[in-house]
Design a protein. Structure first.
Length: 355
């Protein structure tokens, strides 16, 4: 990887490599764009295969956060952080050291809980910095509201692709049964959908089978099922040449980040196969909406109004993609970049007036 060319190509403002020996810590904080406001993005901990894989994850996720905030009309920018470590080796000293790195940015980056971090870990980080959200889950945590946003996105896709307001009798394959995935299953079940599920945890899969009458399938079988909707709710990179070749679903709409392994190639492949794709950073914006509203003072009515905008925004993206004969991924990027450019123009005018 040519580091500077990659960062410039993706439009990042700043990438920080954080390291220390006591405790031993390696972390990357990627700040993509702050045109709309300070960069907001959660922190994940993973034992990446190598540092290049960690950097790629941070760069893609932070750019996705910029687009997510813009499409959700939330006045924050995009950032993301990754801690390169086995979650089995968590320590208080490690999270406090990481908190000090975040604090040195003085609010340019605001973080929270992502993969392999717990609310308790976030509280430990908050001992060293105020620039963290999710310390107190005033709204009950991000998973339920993220799942509701995904559910609204599924309904928007069904309306546009299948010309139906109902999910009754539709077959939905859900990949990943963590907090968000399980909540998505509950909402789908309550609205009459037939569920097919998979997870690397057999225990989670069996629990969803007992509770919602789901059919459990092996992880490698989920892609080729003859279903109406495929809902990826695990980790990213699962929409690739191999999985899309066997995909029979008419709609892909799920909570996972970075679903497209290669954005240009696989978004075009979706178009060619006639699959309606709900861009991940649009449909899964519920978590961002949740933590942003907690940060400014939680107002349930305001938060749920912003959440329901996911439905209308996706319909706008689907219509734009159809009209311009482009992928929904490209249509979503257009919408986000238009909003970011408008914010930059307003900022520039304000600077000129103040001068």
């Amino acid at each position: 990887m040519n580091l500077f060319d990659t960062v410039q190509e993706m439009g990042h403002e700043q990438v920080l490599f954080c390291h220390g020996k006591d405790p031993d810590i390696k972390a990357i904080i990627a700040i993509h764009d702050t045109s709309l406001g300070p960069a907001m993005g959660a922190t994940r901990m993973l034992p990446y295969l190598n540092e290049e894989a960690a950097l790629k994850d941070a760069l893609r996720l932070s750019r996705g956060m910029t687009y997510k905030a813009a499409c959700a009309n939330i006045p924050v920018g995009g950032g993301k952080a990754v801690i390169i470590a086995d979650p089995a080796h968590k320590t208080e000293d490690l999270f406090r050291a990481y908190g000090r790195f975040v604090d040195r940015l003085q609010g340019r980056f605001i973080t929270g809980q992502d993969v392999n971090l717990t609310p308790e870990n976030v509280r430990t980080i908050s001992k060293e910095t105020n620039y963290v959200v999710g310390v107190e889950e005033k709204s009950g945590g991000p998973a339920p509201i993220t799942a509701q946003g995904v559910f609204l996105g599924i309904k928007a896709a069904v309306k546009f692709r299948l010309q139906s307001e109902s999910l009754e009798g539709l077959k939905v394959a859900v990949q990943g049964l963590g907090n968000v995935g399980r909540n998505v299953c509950q909402l789908l079940h309550e609205n009459g959908a037939e569920l097919f599920v998979t997870d690397i945890s057999q225990e989670k899969a069996e629990e969803v089978k007992r509770t919602f009458g789901a059919t459990v399938v092996a992880p490698d079988e989920i892609y080729s099922l003859d279903v109406d909707i495929f809902s990826p709710c695990a980790l990213g990179g699962i929409l690739n040449s191999q999985t899309l070749h066997s995909m029979k679903a008419a709609i892909i709409a799920g909570a996972a980040n970075n679903q497209l392994a290669q954005e240009e190639i696989h978004s075009q492949m979706l178009v060619e196969k006639g699959i309606l794709y709900s861009p991940d950073y649009v449909i899964n914006a519920g978590g961002l909406i949740n933590v942003y509203n907690e940060m400014i003072g939680y107002n349930e009515e305001k938060a749920f109004k912003q959440l329901h905008n996911i439905y209308d925004t996706l319909l706008e993206i689907f219509a734009r993609a159809k009209q311009q004969e482009i992928s929904t991924n490209e249509a979503a990027k257009q919408l986000a970049e238009e909003r970011i450019m408008n914010a930059r123009k307003i900022k520039n005018k304000e600077m000129i007036v103040s001068c």
